[in-house]
Design a protein around this ligand. Sequence first.
Ligand code: ATP
Ligand code: MG
Length: 137
Amino acid sequence: VERTFSIIKPDAVKRDLIGEILKRLESNGLSVVASKMLRLTREQAEGFYAEHKGRDFYEPLVEYMISAPIVVQVLEGENAIAKNREVMGVTDPAKAAPGTIRADFALSVRENSAHGSDSPESAAREIAYFFTENEIC
Ligand code: ATP
Ligand code: MG
């Protein structure tokens, strides 16, 4: 089994979609093995998205990510990284496959409701950014 890291982003938390999004992840073979709600500091948001620093969307992305609480999870399952991204759909909700989280709930390319790690290396970094090993069940 594989682990990945997932965020229910501010736009989704504000619209009471936490349960709906977790249900879709769980229904697709992704078990929640750690979860918590928090509000990111600016420093945490900047560090999390450091790979995008300098891009035109970076500063608005940081503002959005600190605008309301988020819920962060570690998900476990077979091919969890790819499965999570499949269930989320692609970044732009207008291009996301019907029935995906982003197609159904995202408001825009920025306010796209969910995050999922894109590689084993990202998953390891992102899990460690928010959780200690003893917080993962
Ligand atoms: P995530 O990393 O959140 O799972 P992703 O891998 O599909 O999404 P990235 O390219 O890593 O997308 O971008 C990270 C986030 O930055 C996106 O999820 C989105 O919120 C925002 N973003 C990316 N591209 C744009 C853009 N062109 N305009 C506005 N926001 C963007
Ligand atoms: Mg990404």
